[in-house]
Every structure is written in C-alpha cells, then in structure tokens.
Design a protein around this ligand. Sequence first.
Ligand code: NAD
Ligand code: DAU
Length: 350
Amino acid sequence: MNILITGGAGFIGNHVVRLLVNKYPNYKIINLDALTYAGNLENLADVQNAPNYFFEKATILDIESLDKIFNKYEIDAVLHLAAESHVDRSIVSPLDFVYTNIVGTVNLLNAAKKYWANNLAQKNLFYHISTDEVYGSLGEEGLFTETTSYAPNSPYSASKASSDHFVRAYAETYKMPIVISNCSNNYGPFQFPEKLIPLFINNIISKKPLPVYGDGKYTRDWLYVKDHAFAIDLLLHKGTIGSTYNIGGFNEWQNIDLIKLLCKLMDEKLGNKQGTSEQLITYVKDRKGHDKRYAIDASKIKSELGWIPSLTFEEGLSETIDWYLNNKEWLEKVTSGAYQHYYEKMYANR
Ligand code: NAD
Ligand code: DAU
C-alpha cells in the first residue's frame, strides 16, 4: 500500500508515521506536511532515511500539489491528520481553522476522488482523524458515543465537525470509502508546549507560573498518543468502511487533579521538596466557551476490534515526563523557534 499521511510532522502524526514506517517495510509512507509552527521534521529524524519513507512539503490548500502527489506516489489510502489543532488559537484566529480544517479537507477529498475516479480499489480509504470535541460538552454524567449529536462550541471544534460532515457527505454522494475516528485528549512525547501537559512540564522546568483556566474543574479524558497511533493502524486495516469510531482513554481527570499529580511527579523526578511545583499554580481568566467535560465511550472499537489502551495513565504520564526531562534540548529548540530551520538544513540539498 502507498499511504499518504497528512500532518505527519505534527504531534500525533509523527507517532503514526514512525509506527507504519517500522511495521510495514513493504508500504510506502508519504508524509505531506506544510510545516506550520506545529510541524517539526526533527521529530522524525529516526526514520527520515528509511527506504519506505517519503516527505513532501506542501499545504492541503494547494490543489495542484495534492494532485501531483497522488499521481507521483499512486496513493492507495489517506490518513488525514493535518489541521490547526489548538482551541485557544482558534478563539483568536477562527479563519485559519476554516481554511486548513475545512477547505483543506475538501481539497484533499477532491484530490482522492479525482485520483480514484476510474479505478476505485478495495484498498482505497480516506480516513479522517478527528476529535471528541465535535460532540460539544457533557454534564456530570454520561459519555460521548458514536451516535451523540454534534454540538461543537469552539471555532476549532466547529471546523473539525464541518470537516467530518464533508467526509461523510463524500461517502454518501460519491461513494468515497471513508472511516472517521473521534479521539479524546492525547498526551506524550513530541507534543507542542502550548497544550496543557507539555506546557506545564516546561513551565515547571523553567519555574514559570502554571496558568489554570477558571476554577480548574474541567474534565478531559486522556489517552497516551502511542495508543491512539495503534488504534489508527487498526482502523486503517480493519475499520468498517463508512463507519465512525470513538477512541478514548477510559481515563477522566479534572484539570486541577491532573495538574496536582503532574506537580507531584515532577517534584519526585526533579528531586524537589514535595509541594514546590504546586506553588506555581496560578488561577487565570477562563477560556471563552470552555467545554466543561469530555468523556468517551470507546466500547465500539473495543468490542469490534479488541483495542484498549496499553498503558495506565500513571505509566504514560511518568514516561512522558521522563521524555521531556531527557529531551530538554528539543523543548529549548521548540520554544526558541530553532526547530523551524531543520527542514532547510536536512532537505534543501536532496
Ligand atoms: P498538531 O498541531 O501537533 O499537528 C498538525 C500538523 O499539521 C503539523 O505538522 C502541521 O504542520 C500540519 N499542518 C497544519 N496545517 C497544514 C496544512 N495547511 N497543510 C499541510 N499540513 C498542515 O496536531 P495534533 O495534535 O498532532 O493533531 C493531529 C490531528 O488529530 C488533528 O486533525 C486534530 O484535530 C486531531 N486530534 C488531536 C487530538 C489531540 O489531543 N492532540 C485529539 C483528537 C484528535
Ligand atoms: O479532546 C481532544 C482535543 O484535545 C483535541 O481535539 C485538540 O486538538 C487538543 O488540543 C485538545 O483540546 P483541549 O482544549 O482539551 O486541550 P488543551 O491542552 O488546550 O487543554 C486541556 C484542558 O486544560 C482544557 O480544559 C483547558 C485547560 N488549560 C489548558 C491550557 C493550555 C488550562 O487550564 N491552562 C492552560 O494553559
């Protein structure tokens, strides 16, 4: 199979690329990424010379490039991860999310539709990697299932909901073979330090305040990123065409409890007196339209395909902290912006 992965230089994308490059030496894995602030090719340094890995710097907003790439690599399946992914940024610049997440997704659907038009094969698949935020917010009780109505509240989740609807519409209208998965909050190595867990690890290392939005009593369901990548591999090969799957960690945490656990583990690992990191907690103004609670019912992927998370949260969080502590240079390059020169350095003369 020749698999096009969009957004492969991002947080989840690099784990998916690495998994597939290593697990399927007979596949061609093509990583298409625009290398926005969130894309970091250095994340893939360990596989960049693998014979079955190919990189294309391109934006999903460029229709011509998409057509060229489909033809050049004879693409069989698409794993679409490229997106603007940060809720706070979407509140400031909603249009960026409309362009990349909605228009970009429709461009990609059109490129796949055009390329597969005359010879649609069994192995063709357009798989959209989406989010649980499309379902909106839960109260104290209940879980999101695959049949929960869409009710997105942020510009980010509205753009992802819209892209999900376009993917579904292409399945109905043009018989595009599709799968959609809606996953909960991921954490792990290589996450950009704007998201809660890596931001707070970075701030504890640099002894900066930990900005807790509102009262901190917001709930998220956390999943280790490598377990999300395993689920994506499974759905790529065994997902029922035309289906949606929820993916989650069976692992709900109120932000403030998670932050206190993180502070405790950081103090242990840094050899600090217990309570040192907690002193950095600073309550700040709430996020606009802040969703109260997300929690996923992942029983469909569990019962149909046997997927469950492989790590407990304590294991995953501990591994994640160790990774950031052992990769302070990565954090330094990402926060200073130096990572953005990696592409020119490594690829300019190829
Ligand atoms: P990320 O922001 O870390 O990475 C996004 C990647 O997309 C980057 O490499 C960026 O360069 C690339 N990109 C952005 N705009 C592009 C464009 N116009 N053309 C080509 N590439 C472009 O995001 P992530 O956290 O890895 O999320 C990946 C996908 O998974 C997103 O679609 C997101 O909505 C979804 N998702 C994320 C989470 C999470 O917790 N992070 C959970 C569920 C679903
Ligand atoms: O649920 C899946 C989604 O999870 C993905 O689709 C998104 O791409 C991903 O960014 C994530 O969205 P969240 O908004 O839930 O993640 P974030 O890490 O930004 O925030 C997690 C919680 O922590 C949320 O309730 C807001 C809060 N928070 C976040 C930051 C960055 C703070 O209290 N302080 C902060 O500084």
